[in-house]
Design a binder for this molecule. Structure first.
Ligand SMILES: Cc1cc2nc3c(=O)[nH]c(=O)nc-3n(C[C@H](O)[C@H](O)[C@H](O)COP(=O)(O)OP(=O)(O)OC[C@H]3O[C@@H](n4cnc5c(N)ncnc54)[C@H](O)[C@@H]3O)c2cc1C
Length: 470
C-alpha cells in the first residue's frame, strides 16, 4: 500500500519526470516556497532519464565564464542553431533559450553542479560547451540532493499514466505505483517526462518498420506516455514525428541505455560504406560536434540500417577510444571478411577512394579542405588514402537520442491547449525538456542544446508554476 500522504495532499506543483528539466523545475518551485512532488517513472538507480547520460551543455557568454573560454554570443549561437535546424525553429523561443543559458551556468553551480574544462581528444568545445564534472549522473545526483534539502518529495517507480484536466485546468495525475493506480491531486503540473523514443512501436509507426532496427541510446523509460495522453486530450503538438536526434553508434551497443560510451567518433577520418561495400555520403562534411547528429539518419536509410566506418592505422589515435575494440586486419580483404562485407566491392570502393585523394595538409582538428577529386560521393575534408595497415572497421547502427514531436509551449513554458480552451493555453500546465524540445529543434541537433532547453525551460516552468499557485 503506497504512502497515504501522497494521495491525501494536494501538492502545489506536481512534476512528472525525474531528469534535468524536472529537477530544475522542482528546485525552482520549491525555492519559491511551493510544496513539490516529483514522480519519476524509473527505479531510483535509473533516475534521471537521458540526463544522466549527458556530459555538457551549450552556453552563451560574453566573456570567459567558469570553465568556458573567450565569448560565445547570442548571434553566433543562434546562427549555429539555424545551420543544423535549417531554420526550423521558433526564433523567439530559441533566442530565449540561448539568452537564458548564460544565467543557467552560475545557477547550476549554485545548486551543486560542478564543471570541468572541456575534454581533449575530440575537436575542441571549450568555448561553447561546459562539461559536467562526473557527467550527467553527477549533475542529476546533485540536483536530487538539492531538491531533497529543499523539502521536495521524490517518488520512484511512479509511472504517470494520465494527466487529469477539467475545463482547461490540471486537477490530478493517475500514477501506477506499487501495483496500485493512485490519484494524486495538484494545483499545477510541470510535464518533463521526455520524448517517446523508447516506444519502438511508436517509432515504427512514424518511421516505418526500419525503426525496429534502431538502438535507443538513452533510458527505456521515456515511452511518451504523458505526451500521448496530452495529445489524445487535444493539446497542440509541435514538431514532426519523423524528426529526432539520431547518431550513428557502435552497432554492438545494447538496445537501450548504452549511453555515451557507444558513440564512435571516427567518421570524419574514415570512409563509411553500407553492407554492399559502397560509400553513400561525404564523411568529411564538417567537424564532429556539428555533423555527427546527421549520421544516424544516413545509416537508417541504408539496407538493414547498417553501415561500416573504415580507417587505417594513421587515424586510430585521432578520436576518442571506443568501448568495444574495432575489427582489425592487415588487409582490406581481411577486414571485409571480418566485417561480413563483400570483398571485391569493398576493395573497389577503397581503391576508387584512394585514387581520388590528393596531396595536401591534413589537419584533424579543423576543416582542412583536403578533399577528394573525381569520386562520388566526394569527401570534402580529411581525405587521406587508406593505405597503412592494420585496417580497422566499426559496425554502425542508428542510435536514437530523442524525438522532437512534443507539446507546443509559449515563452512561459505553458502548454498550448486545444482551440476554445481557456486563453489558448492550459491554466496550470507547463512543460520542459525533451517533451517540448521540438519547439526549438525542428530538425538536426546542436551538441549540448538538449540540456540548455531542459535547464532554461525547467527553471521557467518551475517559476511560473509556483507563481501561479502561491
Ligand atoms: C547518450 C546520450 C548523451 C547525451 N548527451 C548530451 C549532452 O552531452 N548534452 C546535452 O545537452 N544533451 C545530451 N543528450 C540529450 C539530453 O539527455 C536530453 O536533451 C535531456 O537530458 C532531456 O532532459 P529531460 O529532463 O527532458 O528528459 P530526461 O532526462 O530523459 O528525463 C525524463 C524523465 O521522465 C521519466 N518518465 C518518462 N515517462 C514517465 C512517466 N510516464 N511517468 C513518470 N516519469 C516518466 C523518465 O524516467 C525520466 O527520468 C544526450 C542524450 C543521450 C541519450
Amino acid at each position: 500500500m503506497a504512502d497515504r500522504s501522497l494521495v491525501e495532499t494536494t501538492w502545489d506543483v506536481v512534476v512528472v519526470g525525474g531528469g534535468n528539466a524536472a529537477l530544475c523545475a522542482a528546485i525552482t518551485a520549491a525555492e519559491k516556497g511551493a510544496s513539490v512532488l516529483i514522480l519519476e517513472g524509473a527505479p531510483k538507480p535509473y533516475r534521471g532519464g537521458n540526463s544522466r547520460h549527458t556530459r555538457n551543455f551549450r552556453c552563451m557568454h560574453r566573456d570567459p565564464l567558469s570553465v568556458l573560454t573567450e565569448a560565445y554570443e547570442e548571434e553566433e549561437y543562434f546562427r549555429d542553431l539555424l545551420v543544423v535546424t535549417k531554420g526550423k525553429t521558433d526564433e523567439g523561443l530559441a533566442r530565449l533559450a540561448i539568452r537564458e543559458s548564460e544565467a543557467c551556468l552560475p545557477w547550476m553551480e549554485a545548486h551543486g553542479v560542478r564543471f570541468q574544462p572541456s575534454l581533449s581528444g575530440t575537436l575542441s568545445l571549450s568555448r561553447t560547451n561546459a562539461f559536467f564534472l562526473g557527467g550527467g549522473k553527477a549533475l542529476v545526483n546533485a540536483y536530487y540532493n538539492t531538491a531533497e534539502d529543499l523539502g521536495v518529495r521524490a517518488v520512484y517507480e511512479a509511472q504517470v499514466v494520465h494527466v487529469g484536466i477539467e475545463d482547461g485546468r490540471f486537477t490530478h495525475v493517475e500514477v501506477e505505483l506499487g501495483g496500485e493506480t493512485l490519484r494524486i491531486a495538484g494545483k499545477a503540473a510541470v510535464l518533463a517526462a521526455g520524448g517517446f523514443q523508447a516506444d519502438i512501436d511508436w517509432l515504427a509507426r512514424a518511421w516505418g518498420p526500419s525503426a525496429r532496427n534502431f538502438l535507443i541510446r538513452g533510458t527505456p523509460y521515456n515511452r511518451g506516455v504523458v505526451l500521448k495522453d496530452l495529445l489524445d486530450q487535444g493539446a497542440e503538438s509541435i514538431g514532426d514525428p519523423t524528426q529526432c536526434h539520431a547518431v550513428a553508434i557502435d552497432g554492438r551497443a545494447p538496445k537501450y541505455d548504452g549511453g555515451i560510451a557507444t558513440r564512435i567518433d571516427c567518421v570524419p577520418f574514415s570512409i563509411v560504406v553500407n553492407k554492399d561495400g559502397r560509400r553513400f555520403y561525404d564523411e568529411g562534411e564538417d567537424v564532429w560536434p556539428k555533423r555527427y547528429a546527421i549520421w544516424g539518419r544516413l545509416v537508417a536509410a541504408q539496407p538493414d540500417q547498417m553501415a561500416y566506418a573504415i580507417i587505417d592505422h594513421k587515424s586510430i589515435d585521432l578520436f576518442m577510444p571506443t568501448v568495444f575494440p574495432p575489427e582489425k586486419a592487415e588487409t582490406i580483404e581481411g577486414l571485409a571478411r571480418r566485417l561480413g562485407l563483400p570483398v571485391p566491392a569493398l576493395k573497389q570502393t577503397v581503391e576508387d577512394f584512394n585514387k581520388a585523394c590528393r596531396e595536401g595538409v591534413f589537419h584533424p582538428t579543423e576543416l582542412d579542405g583536403l578533399a577528394t577529386e573525381g569520386v562520388a560521393p566526394e569527401k570534402t575534408n580529411w581525405a587521406r588514402p587508406l593505405d597503412t595497415p592494420p585496417y580497422y572497421g566499426y559496425l554502425l547502427r542508428p542510435g536514437v537520442t530523442f524525438t522532437y514531436l512534443g507539446l507546443k509551449v509559449d515563452e512561459t513554458a505553458r502548454v498550448t491547449a486545444p482551440e476554445g480552451v481557456g486563453d489558448g493555453r492550459y491554466a496550470n500546465i507547463w512543460a520542459a525538456g525533451e517533451i517540448m524540445a521540438g519547439n526549438v529543434l525542428g530538425e538536426g541537433y546542436l551538441a549540448g542544446f538538449g540540456m540548455t532547453i531542459g535547464t532554461v525551460f525547467g527553471r521557467i516552468a518551475g517559476r511560473e508554476a509556483a507563481d501561479h499557485v502561491l
